[in-house]
Design a protein around this ligand. Structure first.
Ligand code: ADP
Ligand code: MG
Ligand code: ZN
Length: 497
């Protein structure tokens, strides 16, 4: 055991991992990047129903830049504290693949929209600013589905996705662990949600994060050969695959072998990275300025307007929640990752006087989150308004119902949308705080269980929990647990005289 820990530690000090991220985020504008086709959920809508001559690559058509897409890109670039280029250039990235009907993708290359930004990440090691190299605009490709039947193999193309505005965000290679990579992804996803430009759904592929991973001897400033991991559709896959890839490369280094520069996939089932294609087959994209589009000119006034319209950003909100509501960093982090959850929390905490923020935070991060996970829904989809959750918590604080009853009531509220008050009334769940009545119940339980009482009195203190359970059962779970405990202690104590 000691031995494995030792070898693990030595690997940490001997080598340093170096990771940079390339992120693609679809922009949730109404129409596509260069045509008037609607941006649709390409996982839900019939294939090839949101397509026109422009996005299907017909000859003789002209692209027109979507102004809203540029504005969304500016929001992200400014939130990442980038320098905005007053003039940027669209470029053709040429390659031949069936998901690209024009034979080239309109992107930005030498003069991107924005450069030199940074994103603050939070890990167990504290806070770090990770430099962001560039943010540029491009268009998404179509989507291929490869069908492999017994008799035949073919591919289906859906061009609904072709031409959806796509933002590429590239970090400098300054992340050094799988944990930091995850923290970067989490922080960036939050930012996109706050800015209202992307739903952050990695499963659906609207947010795609590709890590470039290399390792080098600790203390070295040269870069090792990198691999790139593609098709990761969750934070978990991202973190696991980076962790695996780091260890794989360290092992190769130890054995004196070379890391091959290649693109890897991630096999979810065996949790291993698998080679997909090597860089030797990499394309020469023959970039050149897009002749059909003028340079993209961003006026200063526009930048100022977008800057001043930015909402309170995740990290600022997190700090404010800690200060204003006295929350722990952990709670504040969970409650601010998604702006809708943050609003829900504030709605609850401020709904009723005398409600503590801490209890609101607990009910949301434990019970509400559990329900959301189980039902697979977001907080905007649940039936319980913040005011209703606050009313439930108040009933607990006032001693009208106990904690356990409240949990059952909340589940029913979430399922039916009924108020706490009406569920408690209907099921007569109001807590029994009548100490005379509780004393009677305790007395009866003790009388009915003389053997257990004798054992208890001989010193088996552990039985007090069992007595408590019996009394609560007799009270159908509705007795005030505090009073039950006191009364049990009192009566058993008297018998011990
Ligand atoms: P390309 O355009 O060929 O993919 P870039 O140089 O633009 O390459 O880098 C893409 C990403 O890879 C960036 O996030 C960058 O930080 C990262 N990167 C570049 N070199 C390395 C390296 N040696 N190790 C890890 N990441 C790297
Ligand atoms: Mg790349
Ligand atoms: Zn179109």
């Amino acid at each position: 055991m000691t031995k494995t820990i030792k070898s693990k530690n030595s690997s940490v000090s001997e080598f340093e991992a170096v990771i940079g991220l390339e992120v693609h985020a679809e922009l949730e504008t109404k129409s596509k990047m260069f045509c008037a086709c609607p941006v649709v959920d390409h996982n839900l809508v019939e294939p090839n129903t949101a397509v026109c001559p422009v996005c299907s690559g017909m000859p003789g058509v002209l692209p027109v830049v979507n102004q809203r897409a540029v504005e969304y890109a500016l929001r992200v670039a400014l939130a990442l504290e980038c320098e905005i280029a007053p003039v940027s250039i669209f470029a053709r990235k040429n390659y031949f693949y069936p998901d690209l009907p024009k034979g080239y993708q309109i992107s930005q290359y030498e003069q991107p929209l924005a450069v030199n930004g940074r994103l603050t990440i939070l890990t167990s090691q504290g806070e770090r600013h990770i430099p962001v190299r560039r943010v540029h605009l491009e268009e998404d490709t179509g989507k291929l589905t490869h069908v492999e039947g017994d008799e035949e193999r073919y591919s289906l193309i859906d061009l609904n996705r072709a031409g959806i505005p796509l933002l590429e965000i590239v970090s400098e290679p300054e992340l050094h662990s799988a944990e930091e990579v995850r923290a970067f992804a989490v922080a960036l996803r939050s930012l996109l949600l706050y800015l209202g430009v992307n739903t952050g759904d990695m499963q659906k592929g609207v947010l795609r994060i590709e890590p470039n991973v290399s390792v080098r001897p600790a203390g070295s400033s040269e870069f090792g050969t990198r691999t790139e991991i593609k098709n990761l559709n969750s934070f978990r896959a991202l973190e696991k695959s980076v962790g695996y890839e780091i260890q794989r490369q360290i092992k190769l280094n130890r054995q004196g072998k070379q890391v091959v520069q290649e693109t890897m996939g991630w096999d979810e089932a065996v949790e291993e990275t698998i080679p997909q294609r090597s860089k030797e087959e990499a394309h020469d994209y023959r970039y050149f300025p897009e002749p059909d589009l003028p340079p993209l000119v961003i006026e200063k006034g526009w930048i100022e307007r977008v800057q001043s319209s930015l909402p309170e950003l995740p990290l600022v909100k997190l700090r404010r929640f800690q200060e204003q509501y006295g929350l722990s960093a952990g709670d504040a982090g969970m409650l601010t990752a998604n702006p809708a959850v943050a609003d829900y929390f504030e709605g609850t905490a401020n709904a009723a006087t005398g409600l503590t923020a801490k209890s609101a935070a607990n009910w949301i991060t434990v019970e509400i989150f559990a329900f959301m996970n189980q039902a697979g829904v977001g907080i905007e989809d649940i039936e319980v308004e913040p005011q209703q959750l606050a009313a439930l918590i108040k009933m607990v604080n006032n001693g009208e119902i106990n904690q356990n009853t409240a949990k059952t009531v909340l589940v029913e509220m979430l399922q039916t949308g009924e108020t706490a008050e009406s569920i408690v009334e209907k099921r007569s769940l109001r807590q029994i705080s009548d100490s005379g009545y509780i004393a009677e119940l305790v007395k009866r339980v003790l009388e009915e269980n003389p053997e257990q009482v004798a054992t208890y009195l001989k010193g088996k203190q552990g039985l007090s929990g069992w007595f408590f359970g019996q009394v609560m059962r007799a009270a159908k779970g509705k007795a005030d647990p505090q009073i039950v405990k006191q009364e049990l202690e009192r009566q058993l104590g008297e018998m011990d005289q």
